[in-house]
Design a protein around this ligand. Sequence first.
Ligand code: F6P
Length: 496
Amino acid sequence: MALPDWSTIRALPAARLTELFAADANRVAALSADVAGIHFDWSKTHLTPEAVAAFSAIAETMGLAAKRDALFAGAAVNVTEGRAAEHTAERGEGSPESVTRARGFHLRMRALIDAIEAEAFGPVRHILHIGIGGSALGPDVLVDALGRDIDRYDVAIVSNVDGVALEDALDRFDPNATLIAIASKTFTTTETMLNAESALAWMAEAGVADPYGRVVALTAAPEKAIEWGVDETRVLPFAESVGGRYSLWSSIGFPAALALGWDAFEEMLEGAAEMDRHFRLTPLAQNAPVLAAFADLYYTQARGCETRATFAYDQRLRLLPSYLQQLEMESNGKRVTAEGVAVDWPTAPITWGGVGTDAQHAVFQLLHQGTRLVPVEFLGVIEAGDALAEDHHRQLLLNMFAQGAALMAGRANADEARAYPGDRPSSTLLLDALDPRTLGAVLAFYEQRTFVNAVLLGINPFDQFGVELGKEMAKAADQGGDFDASTTDLIQRAFG
Ligand code: F6P
């Protein structure tokens, strides 16, 4: 069992960022990449050619190339659950059998979308997508980012079991013009099933003759959906080997495919496939997901950083930080290697973020002057999404660029309260435009970066046993199970 040796990384000389720039006129070119309409810049991180070489050696020890091939070949890379992780097959990059199967499922989704558009199930104006975690966060990012101008459908994505969330959506929907999409890989998730039952009851109470006739199921457990009452013709399956947080490319992306249109959905898949090919075929030192992971690991392993923050300087990407939280923390928030041995190195950092410029006026104080070092990732789009672009978009992007420069340069002041230490790292993703293709590439980039992190950390990014205990205890609480004194007291206070 190979284990990563971080000693070479920890021994790297700790030059300041400004010194690194002064020493190498070629630094920006050496530490940037252009892939699928995205410009990546890691020059304001502490990566150096020596660091990249040291990380490449660890990547070799940890078998990155072979593991990457195994991922795309559909081998059982999810070793703890003995199955493949075939999200890339959804975008045409995988074993021929898995790609063919995914295409078949996509064709089925497309046919159902055509039928919905032809009003085969009656008029549809509102799409109520019910799902949680990976069955909500991905579609939510897509619809929110790309759906500003859609007028054909009003989409609500409801995840929280808090009835307020469902009520807020139902209040604005007409039950006679609503289609319910129940998104659940397992079709057993408590929150989703309860929300689905309540939504059906709402339809029935409003006099909709056949509420079940207005339900679509998006799931890897079609038999469970059918048993629950969804007609087989409206069940859109996807493969068991597509993980929940990697599933937006499958039928889980249904609300995006319906609301944004099939062409947009396919473009998104193509953009992701382009990133996959880049990841698969490009040498490590120019490979975007790999370099990003090297920078991540430098800060967690050599600098003791406990968090990493992404700031989207684009209102349309305001949901991206939440999506990334699940992707990174559910995938790589692990404490044992893929073989079950406790690690003695930090795994995933706490992943957080926000939207620029709002975050500047709320949390950037800590980034500039706090005692903790936080690697920051900026993400902006050159082409504006608004008609006010000349003034607003210019200000938006200039702010993003200025923050990266300020974090790095700092500024001395005799009064320490007013001094900025600088040397604070950031990386930047600059998109040409926010279209389906580029967004697909961005999301695939994040998936592959998470994978590279996992391989070098020696962990399995594709299971999530950590969420099970709490689920079981919530069920036990519902059935009056025994708990500690504090929990028992809280339950009694709430329910008597
Ligand atoms: O509880 C975690 C989790 O299993 C996630 O991994 C998943 O995305 C989410 O719950 C929803 O699961 P499902 O799609 O099966 O309802």
